[in-house]
Design a protein around this ligand. Structure first.
Ligand code: CP3
Length: 357
């Protein structure tokens, strides 16, 4: 297998030199793009869009035809895994995700099992094959999954929550049940990500959106431990090419060194951290991905360029180890033309910095 023509994203993750800092954006295919909204309308709903490989492929490619991005990310959602475990996922307009059968009873928790990714999540694997065909040899395709802890938050609460009261109560009163959920979910995620790798994704990312709300001790025991198990279970390469992994805990900056230690190739950071300091803290152990505050994209192009340069300057000299991204998903009210200013600044300014150093 050969690498894509533009392999800068993979090179930066693997600490190989690049001519400029590569970038992609979390949620790069989403509601800020009118063409995405149009395709979603045609699909009928967000979930039907995820479950239709041809339409999922179409929206995956939409941001790439507008912007000079260095990677594509599979269009799907982290909650397809608990859906495949039988919890019954729905998305209601304006309300977000909901499970019909959240984990409330011990028998239901004991009954959980990891789904066969080639059966219940076949549509994801079909989508990946279709996207790889459509991308040709242009840019790498990223696959992803939720962290067991973040998935468990939705599986137990049944929807997004402001305080994760049920989850926290289970951690402190029935840690055995919590560990059972996390263990089965970790097995599910390993199987799911390895099936994605076999189907053609060239890097994988684990999204831990809610781990940052835990105490330091609980984070290690209930979130980080299971992400470490996942990273250890991943296929390291496919067709002779390394498949790098990225771990992102939103709000996890205080545990950066511990995250960098679990065997992943890169750590995603949100905007609360100074990326130069983060780099000094992790040394050469991992690459870093991040970390512009998505809110900056609502400002003028001058401010977007200045804030982008601030991050590239802070990361500092050298020609590898940084994948530019936002610190969290792009906001739905982002004017699409503002993204052009970001992409151009990252590419041009990082090239200029390399010439200077
Ligand atoms: O990055 C990408 O472009 C790939 C696609 C992607 C989506 N969700 C599409 C999506 C990815 C990687 C995700 C991950 C995801 N999903 C996370 C982790 C990252 C994060 O954002 O913290 C989480 C927590 C979810 C669960 C989820 N999906 C929620 C809470 C919501 C509702 C909130 C919202 O923004 O509406 C979703 C819906 C969702 N997932 C949308 C998209 C484009 C919007 C749905 C729509 O079109 O109406």
């Amino acid at each position: 297998m050969t690498r894509p023509r533009n392999d800068n994203f993979l090179r930066a993750l693997l600490k190989e030199p690049t001519d400029y800092t590569p970038l992609w954006l979390m949620r790069q295919a989403g509601r800020y793009l009118p063409e995405y909204c149009e395709t979603r309308k045609r699909a009928g709903s967000f979930l039907q869009l995820c479950k239709n490989p041809a339409l999922a492929c179409e929206v995956t490619l939409q941001p790439l035809s507008r912007y000079n991005l260095d990677a594509a990310i599979l269009f799907s959602d982290i909650l397809t895994v608990p859906d495949a475990m039988g919890l019954g996922l729905t998305f209601t307009e304006g309300e977000g995700p909901k499970f019909e059968r959240p984990l409330r009873e011990e028998w239901a928790i004991r009954d959980l099992s990891a789904p066969d990714p080639y059966d219940h999540l076949r549509y994801v694997m079909d989508g990946i094959c279709e996207i790889r065909r459509a991308l040709g040899n242009s840019v790498p395709l990223i696959g992803f999954a939720g962290s067991p802890y973040t998935l468990a938050c939705y599986m137990i609460e049944g929807a997004a929550s402001s305080d994760y009261r049920r989850v926290k109560t289970m951690i402190y009163t029935r840690p055995d049940l919590m560990h059972h959920i996390l263990s089965v979910t970790a097995d599910a995620v390993v199987g799911y990500l390895n099936a994605q790798i076999e189907s053609g994704v060239q890097a994988v990312m684990i999204f831990d959106t809610w781990g940052g709300g835990l105490s330091a001790a609980a984070y290690r025991e209930f979130s980080l431990h299971y992400m470490q198990r996942i990273v250890a279970g991943l296929l390291r390469q496919r067709d002779g090419e390394r498949v790098p992994s990225i771990v992102f805990t939103k709000g996890g900056g205080c545990w950066l060194e511990a995250i960098a230690d679990i065997g992943c190739d890169a750590v995603g950071i949100d905007w609360t951290l100074d990326i130069g300091e983060a780099r000094r803290r992790v040394g050469h152990k991992v690459s870093l991905q991040g970390n512009l505050d998505p809110a900056v994209l609502c400002a003028s192009s001058d401010i977007i360029a200045a804030e982008t340069r601030r991050i590239l300057d802070s990361y500092g000299p050298g020609n590898t180890g940084h994948v530019f991204n936002l610190g969290h998903g792009i906001a739905q009210w982002t004017p699409p033309e503002h993204v052009t200013a970001l992409v151009e600044t990252v590419h041009e300014y990082s090239r200029a910095l390399r010439r200077k150093n």
